[in-house]
Write a protein that binds this ligand. Sequence first.
Ligand SMILES: Cc1cc2nc3c(=O)[nH]c(=O)nc-3n(C[C@H](O)[C@H](O)[C@H](O)COP(=O)(O)OP(=O)(O)OC[C@H]3O[C@@H](n4cnc5c(N)ncnc54)[C@H](O)[C@@H]3O)c2cc1C
Length: 419
Amino acid sequence: MTRPQQAHVVGAGLAGLAAAVRLSEAGVGVVLHEASPQAGGRCRSYLDATLGCRIDNGNHLLVAGNKSAMAYIDASAARDTLIGPEEAVYAFLDVANGERWTFRPNAGRVPWWLFQRSRRVPGMRLADYFQGFRLMAAAPDDLVTELLPPGTAIYRRLWHPLAQAALNIKPAQGSAQLLARVLRETIGAGGAACRPLVPRVGLSESLVDPTLATLARQGATIRYGRLLRAIENRDDRITRLRFDDGDEVIADRQAVVLAVPPAAATRLLPAIVTPDEFRAILNAHFLCSVPDHAPLFVGVIGGTAEWVFRKRQVLSVTISAADRFVDMPSEELAPLLWRDVCHAYDLGERPMPRWQIVKERRATFAATPEQQRKRPTTQTRWRNLVLAGDWINTGLPATIESAIRSGFAAAHELNGGTL
Ligand SMILES: Cc1cc2nc3c(=O)[nH]c(=O)nc-3n(C[C@H](O)[C@H](O)[C@H](O)COP(=O)(O)OP(=O)(O)OC[C@H]3O[C@@H](n4cnc5c(N)ncnc54)[C@H](O)[C@@H]3O)c2cc1C
């Protein structure tokens, strides 16, 4: 379509924010509508009353090779809000025998790290790593465990934690193609692309607030507490957005970016097919600080916790594909997780401090081959409406990178492919 004069972006998660910032940079007038009182969606920080401090809704890990996420952060000059080691270093602990190691791919594309035992997972043979190449030829229906067979030491210590974290699904159900795409853009691009990055302060301070400030400077408007209830269309155009507090008429040269989660998108436009199966992520936050020289995060093999992150005021556990835990009482889970936290950060047997457990039941769509087929493209049958969200078919699993890439693609589409 010809570039619109004004765009209504519905949903201020990262996909909506990314679309909004690209459109307003290009001189399109942007009005962003968000149902909740806060921007950020599934990637935000807030004050937790139990802990008495700000926490993130979940630990989010970026890597330097997340090109769209880096471009998004750079658009608001916010790169210095992220911290991470100088090189790609991933610390691991195996709780079964207390063994610790670091996984350290070298910076360049030529993987000479494979020949250095100190950079590999202990006990692994060089040949074990070449299993990963099988993934690169994955067919659409292949599952991760069909190409990376479980039962081997490298599966337990590397492929399983990596696949489960990247896809947020049990690898036996996960799409091998989606994992292959993640690996191609990270390990396949060299260790420099794997350098882990986390917010210095919080998710909102890195990924939301700087973008809101940029949007305000560019003259965009953001309206909170605006729940979109219905979309009206005539022929091949959207004509009206019905919010619960009033309507927006969509005139000529106005366009809409629908950047809401998949279930909301199909409710609003039943003709759109979207993923409809989801997986949970569980985060447990313990009020406890450890020194700055301790690793930013530790991968826990064989525990209940999967990853433990060192934050400013809390140590935070992440469990992916956590559906088996969502109905377990938090009072039972907390001590199990605290034991792993103490082990990961060598805290001895400290009494459990104040804690909070956050269960996001619909954290991401299920990264199965079947759900992958339900992901739509950005374009729709309506020429003034495009879609954005981590569930759009970006070829990546539901991640920050996928959400931002979809937002950029939506802006590009509205600008007739000129952005
Ligand atoms: C606990 C957790 C941990 C995660 N960890 C990682 C990680 O380590 N690395 C990584 O890359 N990704 C991670 N993710 C995934 C990442 O957070 C998401 O992929 C990303 O935030 C999705 O952004 P989005 O804009 O597509 O959707 P959302 O964030 O869901 O945004 C949609 C927005 O639309 C609004 N909305 C909904 N309905 C309406 C309506 N009718 N009208 C108006 N507004 C509406 C919502 O309030 C929301 O703000 C994690 C997710 C969770 C939940």
